[in-house]
Design a protein around this ligand. Structure first.
Ligand code: HEM
Length: 244
C-alpha cells in the first residue's frame, strides 16, 4: 500500500524534495543579505555549500540501493504494488534532481572561493591549486561531476545508450575524491566527516557486492524502465533491458 501511495504521489514528493534542496541556498542568500553570516562569512558560505553538495551526492548515490531494497521488500511482503522495477521510476527521477542540485551547490562552492578568496584571478587560482593538494582534489571532483550533470537528462540517456551507465559509474571515484577533499580540509581533532565517510563506505560496499554478484540487484544503475516491459505479468519482478 505504501509503495502504491509513494508511486501515486511521486510528483508531489519530487517537488517537496526539490524545494527542500533549495532551502540551504535560500538560507545563505537571506543571511548574506541580512549580514548575519557570522565573523567569517566566506567560511560559512563554503561550509554550507560544500556540506550540502557532499550530502546531496550521497543521497543521490543511495537511490539505487534504496530502489533494490524497496523492490526486495515488496516481494518479501507480497505487496501488490512495488515488485516491478518500473514502480520505483519516481525514485530515479528524484536521483536526477538530487544530482543536479549537488552540482549546483558544488559549483557555487568553488565559484565563491574563486570570487572572494582568489579575487577572480586565474593565475592566483592555478598557483593555489598547485600548492594546495586539497584544492586540486576538490577541483578534480568538480570536473568529474560536470559530465554527470550534463548527461543526466533523459535525452542524453537515450543518446548514450549503454555507455550512459558506464559513464555514470564515474560517480564512485568522484565521491571518493569529495570525501578526500573534505578530510584534507578538516582541522586536527575534527570528526565532522566521519558520518559521511561511513555512509560512503556502506554504499561502495553495496556496489562492490553487486558487481561481484554477491547481492542480487533489481535495477540497472538507476535508469528508468518502461512502465510495461515485454512479457510483463502483473506482480512479477522485471528487469531493465540489458541487466543481468
Ligand atoms: C574547484 C573546486 C573546489 C574548491 C576550490 C573548493 C574549496 C574549498 C575550500 C576553500 C574549503 C574550505 C577549507 C577550509 O575550511 O579551510 C572547502 C571545504 C569543503 N569542500 Fe570544497 N572545494 C571544491 C570542490 C568541492 C566539491 C566538488 C565538493 C562536494 C561535492 C566540496 C565539498 C567540500 C566540503 C564538504 C568541505 C568541508 C566544509 C566544512 O566542513 O567546512 N568541495 N572546499
Amino acid at each position: 500500500m505504501l509503495a502504491a501511495w509513494l508511486d501515486a504521489h511521486g510528483r508531489a514528493l519530487w517537488w517537496v524534495a526539490c524545494v527542500g534542496c533549495a532551502v540551504p541556498g535560500l538560507w545563505l542568500a537571506f543571511c548574506t543579505a541580512g549580514q548575519v553570516l557570522g565573523p567569517n562569512p566566506l567560511e560559512s558560505l563554503l561550509h554550507v555549500t560544500g556540506e550540502t553538495a557532499r550530502t546531496l551526492l550521497l543521497v543521490a548515490l543511495s537511490i539505487t540501493p534504496l530502489r533494490d531494497a524497496a523492490g526486495w521488500l515488496s516481494r518479501r511482503v507480497r505487496s501488490r504494488h512495488g515488485k516491478r522495477l518500473s514502480d520505483w521510476n519516481w525514485l530515479v527521477r528524484m536521483r536526477r534532481m538530487f544530482g543536479l542540485w549537488c552540482f549546483a551547490y558544488a559549483f557555487a562552492h568553488a565559484a565563491l572561493f574563486f570570487e572572494f578568496d582568489l579575487g577572480r584571478d586565474l593565475s592566483v587560482a592555478w598557483a593555489e591549486l598547485v600548492e594546495k593538494p586539497y584544492l586540486m582534489v576538490g577541483a578534480i571532483a568538480l570536473v568529474g561531476l560536470l559530465p554527470l550533470a550534463v548527461t543526466s537528462t533523459r535525452s542524453m540517456m537515450v543518446l548514450l545508450g549503454r555507455h550512459w551507465a558506464l559513464l555514470h559509474r564515474l560517480v564512485y571515484p568522484v565521491s571518493l575524491l569529495v570525501l578526500a577533499h573534505e578530510w584534507m580540509t578538516m582541522k586536527a581533532g575534527s570528526w565532522d566527516a566521519v558520518p559521511a565517510t561511513l555512509v560512503l563506505c556502506i554504499l561502495l560496499g553495496h556496489r562492490l557486492l553487486v558487481s561481484a554478484g554477491r547481492i542480487r540487484a533489481a535495477g540497472h544503475d538507476g535508469v528508468e524502465v518502461p512502465e510495461r516491459l515485454p512479457g510483463d505479468r502483473s506482480g512479477q519482478e522485471l528487469r531493465a533491458p540489458g541487466t543481468r
